[in-house]
Design a protein around this ligand. Structure first.
Ligand code: PLP
Length: 331
């Protein structure tokens, strides 16, 4: 598939991936509605999704769409995080070969998690760039089929199935809050949601630390930004100089952009634990952080914030919760 995905592609994705994914709940947050003056606020709980993040939706749509010859060859990717896990999981489920290329700096627990799902792990290189070189070499040498993390129409259509679930339950949603990294998530959700209701307001949230997509949109072409560490590590990384889909889709579909700071993310993460007893990763807490800090006017609106995943090191998580607790910044 090489065209920009449409609502029809998202419906097809939904039918295809249905056996592998959970239809995640929508949880009402009366407290957030009260704090912000919104009519309602709901949290879409992709933190409870199989493999710990929504990425399985895109990965499943891409891999299940491959022809028999391609499936026989096997798939390859070089993501360290949720996408790598999702590819490993889906390949394992349908019994095909998967290779995940990682750099030597990837945390051992991540390597172990990917191996446990049945994928081969190729650890090579000291940087993400060197890992990517290894990925290109292996792809060519072994004839493996690349499954990229965001800039692919089938990946985008898979992520878009989230919008179908939200609008089936809450058809009058006014505002959707969505984290942005490579933009596959926002592209898919926006194309589906706006095809169903063109008036829906799509808000993209980028990291102050590394707003690669936002800077690219401002520049009118993909640019690289200096990368700093972030508590929302799933949102780090560039959008690719040869970006074919997500850059143009974000330009077309995003109604509003917000930047979020590390402290605001931590406030969101603590809030979700304290009020809702849910564990989420930094990337998933950006929408709640933005609402708590009144970074967007949602008065009288029906709002849905996407909690995109829950992959976070337990030690890091406990330290954040503990520090928020002892600082007295309890909500
Ligand atoms: C990948 C990811 C995102 C961002 O998705 P993109 O398609 O790269 O914009 C957000 N949250 C989590 C948990 C992710 O793993």
């Amino acid at each position: 598939m090489t065209h920009t995905p449409t609502l029809h592609d998202v419906y097809r994705a939904r039918a295809l991936i249905e056996p592998l994914i959970l239809q995640t709940p929508l949880l009402a947050s009366a407290d957030l509605a009260e704090k912000t003056g919104a009519q309602t606020v709901h949290l879409k709980l992709e933190c409870l999704q199989n493999t710990g993040a929504f990425k399985i939706r895109g990965a499943a749509n891409k891999i299940l769409s491959l022809g028999d010859e391609e499936k026989k060859k096997g798939v390859i990717t070089f993501s360290t995080g949720n996408h790598g896990k999702a590819v490993a999981y889906v390949a394992g489920k349908i019994g095909i070969r998967a290779v995940v290329c990682l750099s030597e700096h990837v945390a051992p627990y991540r390597v172990a998690a990917i191996r446990k799902l049945g994928a081969e792990v190729s650890v090579k290189g000291h940087s993400q760039d060197e890992a990517e070189k290894n990925y290109q070499d292996l792809t060519a040498a072994e004839g493996l089929v690349p499954v990229v993390p965001f800039d692919d129409p089938l990946i985008i259509a898979g992520q878009g199935t989230i919008a179908l679930e939200i609008l089936a339950t809450l058809p009058d949603t006014d505002v959707l809050l969505i984290p942005i990294s490579g933009g596959g998530l926002l592209s898919g959700i926006a194309v589906a949601a706006k095809s169903i209701n063109p008036g829906i307001h799509i808000v993209g949230i980028s990291l102050e630390q590394s707003p690669a997509m936002l800077e690219s949109l401002k520049a009118g072409r993909p640019v690289q930004v200096e990368e700093k560490d972030s508590i929302a590590d799933s949102l780090l990384g560039g959008i690719g100089f040869d970006n074919r889909y997500t850059f143009a889709m974000l330009e077309k579909f995003t109604d509003e952009h917000l930047l979020i700071s590390e402290n605001e993310i931590k406030d969101g993460l603590f809030y979700v634990f304290d009020k809702h007893r849910l564990v989420v990763e930094g990337a998933a807490a950006v929408g709640v952080g933005a609402l708590m800090h009144q970074k967007i006017d949602v008065k009288g609106k029906r709002v849905v914030a996407l909690l995109s995943g829950s992959s976070i090191d337990s030690g890091d998580y406990i330290r954040i919760i503990q520090s928020r607790f002892s600082n007295g910044s309890k909500q």
